[in-house]
Ligand binder design. Structure first.
Ligand code: GAP
Length: 538
């Protein structure tokens, strides 16, 4: 079993994640968080909100920041005026390329189908498969043997040409064996597919009343820029943060929650003066990278990748991705956790003037329709900012650190998953599964166990449990051997287990066991709440 299979199985077994609508066979690209998963993801989002918004001190200049700044929050609707998406560019441009298979009737994202050229019996074909990286070679070989009507022992007669590559690198599909086909050449040429989910607003609504589920939370922030400015006393530079659901009709959702159709984003739009925007871009890039490191992602699996010029959106003058080497990716590959984009004044101008495009001189201008009028009209509202001291008026530049709550949760889960050797209740070394989650993220901060269910131990343990529960989520367990109870808590990432034994009843002390070091210390019961609080905050 691969480590990813083990993580997926643990998530289901212990109630972190379930497939949505599982009793009806599930719905591809949708996931439900179980009792432990909901706590974990809430903790990730809460840590982000605390660090970005509620604990931010606008009077102090953070290390590396060009100046002090303010941060506020927002919570916008999922369905917004359709014009929002026309001006943002999502209506015309937010698409992926897909290919259809005429034989299997399946649809695939063009760039996600991978395959390899192979020759046998005088014919060369491009065999494809849509599987996890670890299974790619074996699956391609099996498919090639079947296609050429060969047996396993004839595998040597397959002549492979080059490594596996994306279908996007192949020009002609005539000799391509699609992932679920038996015949060659069943794939259509790639076509555009808009990723926004469409819905109809109102009981009498027709297609003219079509609206879209937001594919990002960011636009809610841009269209409320003036409202925030006019209603709170913020002055530039400042940031507006939002956490919420986004929806993308991904063609091939995959890799557990990594690419889902419904997911949550944690987005920050930081408004600043154009002249300082480059310095703010660098500040946010480093600050956000450090956030993942601080919360336990190993430096060897995390990287900050600056986009090459051709990858950068037409309006941006810099984008970097924070990427993590997820275990389901081929060795050396990384998946995006968060993008930090310098968006210049593109968004505020688009909502003011109309959808923008770059002209031949490289300037952003309002796109014209065939009738010479703006293709998608803006709101006409003034989105500029006036500096009250200098009286300077300008359209602020935006730096956007945009993170996925589900992807971050998945990365923290993957990083935390370990199998090590630890002594069982008889002192024998056994393999244990442990989630070494940062205490801030752990669903339960502590567990309380009476050693046995008699001699006054449960009463002492229950009282302590009640006191701890006032502060944070705690688990109470009095069933089975204490060693097994420890293991069950290790597996869900509980950082501290507190055991009430015979001595506890007489001298009012308990032992605290550390999940990672396995160290046990004895402590006065009255000091336990303060000690656990101190440990999880540090
Ligand atoms: N406003 C900018 C924006 O939305 P993005 O790179 O498309 O940028 C930002 O998305 C983050 O949202 C990604 O880095 C990722 O963490 C998360 N995300 C995007 N699509 C996702 C999907 N289909 N499933 C899960 N998370 C996704």
């Amino acid at each position: 079993m691969s480590s990813m299979d083990k993580i997926v199985s643990l998530c289901k077994r212990r109630g972190f994640l379930f497939q949505s609508s599982e009793i009806y066979g599930g719905l591809n690209g949708f996931w439900d968080y179980g009792p432990l998963g909901v706590e974990l993801k809430r903790n990730v989002k809460e840590a982000w909100w605390q660090d970005m918004v509620s604990r931010h001190n606008e009077l102090l200049q953070p290390k590396g920041a060009p100046s002090t700044y303010e941060m506020v929050g927002l919570d916008c609707t999922i369905i917004m005026h359709p014009q929002v998406w026309k001006c943002s560019g999502h209506y015309d441009l937010f698409h992926d390329y897909m290919v259809d298979c005429r034989e299997s009737k399946k649809r695939y994202r063009y760039d996600q189908v991978r395959g390899r050229w192979v020759e046998a019996k005088g014919k060369k074909v491009f065999i494809t498969a849509l599987v996890e990286a670890e299974q790619e070679d074996a699956t391609l070989q099996q498919r090639a043997l079947k296609f050429f009507n060969l047996r396993g022992k004839d595998a040597d007669s397959l002549i492979w040409d080059g490594p596996a590559t994306s279908l996007a690198d192949i020009k002609e599909f005539e000799n391509v064996l699609a992932p679920d086909a038996k015949e060659l050449g069943t794939l259509t040429t790639p076509r555009e597919f808009n990723l926004m989910f469409k819905t109809i607003v109102g009981a009498l609504g027709s297609d003219d009343d079509a609206a879209f589920l937001r594919p990002e939370t960011a636009q809610g922030i841009f269209v409320n820029f003036k409202n925030v400015l006019d209603s709170s006393r913020v002055a530039i530079p400042f940031g507006i943060c939002q956490v919420g659901k986004s929806f993308r009709n991904e063609i091939t959702p995959r890799n557990f929650t990594f690419r889902s159709r419904e997911f949550e984003q944690m987005e920050l739009e930081f408004f600043c003066h154009p002249e300082t925007s480059r310095a703010w871009y660098e500040y946010w890039r480093n600050r956000r990278f450090d956030w993942y490191l601080k919360h336990g992602l190993a430096a060897v699996r995390l990287r900050l990748r600056e986009h090459a010029a051709e990858e950068i959106a037409h309006y941006s003058c810099g984008t970097a991705d924070i990427e993590y080497a997820f275990p389901f990716l081929p060795t050396g590959d990384y998946g995006e956790l968060e993008g930090i984009a310098h968006r210049a004044d593109f968004d505020l101008r688009s909502h003011m003037e109309g959808k923008l495009v770059k002209n031949a001189e490289g300037q952003l201008v309002v796109e014209q329709g065939p009738d010479g009028k703006p293709k998608h009209r803006g709101s006409g509202r003034d989105m500029s900012y006036r500096n009250e001291v200098s009286n300077e008026r300008f359209i602020p530049h935006v730096i956007e650190p945009s993170a996925g709550a589900d992807r971050a949760t998945l990365a923290f889960l993957c990083e935390a998953f370990k199998e090590d050797q630890a002594p069982d209740e008889n002192g024998n070394m056994q393999t244990r599964t442990v989630l070494q989650l940062h205490p801030r993220f752990a669903p339960f901060k502590a567990a309380v166990f009476p050693l046995v269910k008699k001699d006054g131990m449960p009463e002492v343990a229950m009282e302590l449990y009640g006191a701890l529960k006032q502060k944070f989520p705690v688990f109470y367990d009095e069933k089975g051997a204490v060693g097994r109870r420890y293991r069950r808590q290790d597996e869900v990432g509980t950082p501290y287990c507190i055991t009430v034994d015979g001595q506890s009843v007489s001298d009012k002390t308990v032992t605290i066991r550390d999940r990672d070091s396995l160290e046990q210390v004895r402590l006065k019961i009255d000091d336990v709440v303060a000690e656990i609080s101190r440990r999880i905050e540090s």
